[in-house]
Design a protein around this ligand. Structure first.
Ligand code: NAD
Length: 248
């Protein structure tokens, strides 16, 4: 598997969870990877290096313009280019609408949506000058389902779809594609998923077309495909990867 040989990928929010699986998959397919996260990414780095992959991390708050610009600079300094941007970072927090404060609303939109604006702004010039780029944004199947107690989260993840559709139309001429993945509840074994995996999954599985839990590796396979030259004709799209809970 060397579909991504000589490619350089930035994966945001990859210190833990799905992002770790994305880094491992991208590296296995030949990409050199830069993690951008506010948390310690040493576990994610170790897992990729154990399998012989090349990976670094940079401490970045993706809601900061200055820090996302620095993320792009450091990636180019270290690896020479930026081919793939996976905006994976995401906050998730369940709360009835009437209890969501304005601060929580703004924080959710900032981490889930401003991050996509800022990291794309930072990575786009390199992609444009290379004549190749893959921007992949993580959204959620809750946008199809209208899941309750997530008005701030679902709104932010729906915003991702608008961003992808509009930007794709502007940058296709430079060999850059922009796509989103709507992910279902994934068995990352991290809060809140560790408790959800036991309880909600039991309730969710019978509703899925495919009766097994989504694993981070399932999403990673789609990320790798969208990052590869094989997906060059796909842009402005939203791919639903949730075992078929939402028949989108
Ligand atoms: N896990 C699921 O079940 C699920 C379901 C649907 C969608 N998604 C989406 O997939 C993506 C990954 O989900 P996950 O569950 O693996 O996430 P996670 O909560 O396990 O990890 C999120 C990462 O983002 C980092 N982060 C948070 N704020 C940051 C900031 N301001 N700057 C930089 N890094 C920051 C955290 O440190 C963490 O490493 C998210 O966009 C999420 O909305 C996940």
């Amino acid at each position: 598997m060397a579909r991504l040989q000589d490619r350089v990928a930035i994966v945001t929010g990859a210190a833990v969870g799905n992002g770790q699986a994305f880094c491992q998959r991208l590296a296995r397919e030949g990409a050199r990877v830069m993690i951008a996260d506010i948390a310690d990414a040493s576990e994610a780095i170790e897992k990729v290096r154990e399998q012989g992959g090349e990976i670094e991390a940079v401490h970045v708050d993706v809601t900061s313009e200055e820090q996302t610009q620095m993320m792009a600079r450091k990636t180019i300094e270290r690896f020479g280019r930026i081919d793939i941007l996976v905006n994976n970072v995401g906050l998730y927090h369940e709360e009835p609408f009437e209890l969501i404060s304005f601060d929580e609303w703004r924080r959710m939109l900032s981490v889930n949506l401003d991050s996509l604006f800022l990291t794309t702004k930072a990575a786009l010039p390199a992609m444009k000058s290379q004549g190749f780029g893959r921007i992949i944004a993580l959204s959620s199947d809750t946008i199809w389902l209208g899941t309750p107690y997530l008005v701030h989260y679902v709104t932010s993840k729906m915003g991702v779809i608008g961003f992808v559709r509009s930007l794709a139309s502007e940058v296709g001429k430079y060999g850059i594609t922009v796509n989103a993945i709507t992910v279902g509840l994934t068995a990352t074994q991290r809060p809140p998923n560790e408790k959800l995996v036991g309880s909600i999954l039991e309730h969710l599985l019978p509703q899925q077309a495919v009766h097994r839990a989504d694993e981070p590796e399932d999403i990673a396979a789609v990320v790798a495909f969208l990052a590869s030259p094989e997906s060059s004709i796909i842009s402005g799209q939203t791919l639903n990867v949730d075992g078929g809970v939402a028949r989108h």
